[in-house]
Design a protein around this ligand. Sequence first.
Ligand SMILES: NC(=O)C1=CN([C@@H]2O[C@H](COP(=O)(O)OP(=O)(O)OC[C@H]3O[C@@H](n4cnc5c(N)ncnc54)[C@H](OP(=O)(O)O)[C@@H]3O)[C@@H](O)[C@H]2O)C=CC1
Ligand SMILES: N[C@@H](CC=O)C(=O)O
Length: 429
Amino acid sequence: MRIGLIGTGTIGGGVVEILETKAAQYREKLGINLELACICAKSDEEVAPYKAKGYKTTTDAMTMIADPTIDVVVELAGGYEMPRKWITTALENKKHIVTANKAMLAKYGHEVFPLAEKNNCHVLFEAAVGGGIPIIRSMQEGFVGSEVEQLSCIINGTCNYILSRMGESGMSFEDALKEAQLNGFAERNPTFDIEGVDSAHKTAILSSLCSGKYVDFEKIHVTGVAKITAEDISNAKELGYKIKLLGIYRRGEDGAVDARVHPCLVPNDHLLASVDGVINAVYLHCDNLGQTLQTGAGAGRLPTASAVVADLVSLARSTDTGSRKPLPMGWFNKENAAKLVPISETSSRYYLRFTTKDSFGVLASITGIFSQNEISIESIIQKDVKDPGKVSIVVISECTKESKMLTALEAIDSLSSVSEKSQMIRFLK
Ligand SMILES: NC(=O)C1=CN([C@@H]2O[C@H](COP(=O)(O)OP(=O)(O)OC[C@H]3O[C@@H](n4cnc5c(N)ncnc54)[C@H](OP(=O)(O)O)[C@@H]3O)[C@@H](O)[C@H]2O)C=CC1
Ligand SMILES: N[C@@H](CC=O)C(=O)O
């Protein structure tokens, strides 16, 4: 199978490295031939080291995509528009696709998958969700005897790394992010990680696979980790919880889909609580199977490249033997769109933190507002005064409808004794 690779950055470079060490084994042990026929990078400087090793190279992806001898295009450049163009053109030219680009798939999967089906081509994207964890293959094959009722996942290595480092060693948010970038975990635009957009791309893909319906990532609720403070992490620890950025899918009663991304307080005894650092995990509750946890490195050069190479091996086995048709991806069709449950209609227990100028009387005003909105309080903790004129009050609510909670918080934030916008984090359960 002749491979054309676009992008020689963190993951593309890792794919070349793995193929250089493993291609001979695949030939001998599996009888498949993975030939890196052309490498495309952006500039002459970037292709130079590959050219020096004897690879055919180019700086023009479209020329490579037009080459009739290329069987599969591996897209590892990232972004939305250029990959959309490359991939749709490659499919029209009857080439298979392997990509790690969850952003493009979440946005344009509704174009890409029907086109692939029309041209009888495979589009494999194992590396797009959960890095090295084979979660896509599990969901398309291993779990098909069950229906997913609930999914909660840690699917952004950068955010999990930041939250873990802040919790373990008291590192600042900025320093932890720098480390994640140096390790090659973060997106080119790290606001995609921090603001939860990357998790939303992945949650949309997983929710589509769970529900069999198209889940539009632009319509799912997203809150990232930028507003999580060291104080919240330490308060959560005292309460017996860890704060994790989660992607969540719940099957609604009437076929509606509750898909969202936001930080959550996860109890220490939950399987997801011990998933730290760059490790990702997908926790599923299925009707027949029960609960299962898939876990492993969710980002980084070699773990992610290993998922790309696994797709190439799978593709070579399917196409060389003709044994496997492309999986139908009809669910990724806009006409088959899922009805999404608005976040205001969901219910949770909430961790709330208020910063007030003093403690006199304000507690009574806060509890009064909760009571007017029929919100029951589980506990109230008044933290030590850190700065003169700055008091921190932590409230844990009982399970409450989000719309009610937002109304109450708006009223509390407008109290003259409340000095900062309130913090609100949902509990996983
Ligand atoms: N890093 C990770 O852990 C993971 C990444 N992914 C996904 O994998 C993909 C690649 O990510 P990653 O390797 O980290 O990103 P990098 O930014 O490290 O690599 C992307 C590479 O593509 C090159 N490129 C950009 N435009 C073109 C072009 N027109 N022609 C040829 N090459 C081009 C870039 O060149 P230049 O630098 O000169 O712009 C760069 O070398 C992304 O879609 C990302 O979301 C998925 C899972 C994990
Ligand atoms: N930036 C992403 C990379 C993998 O998808 C992450 O941190 O998880």
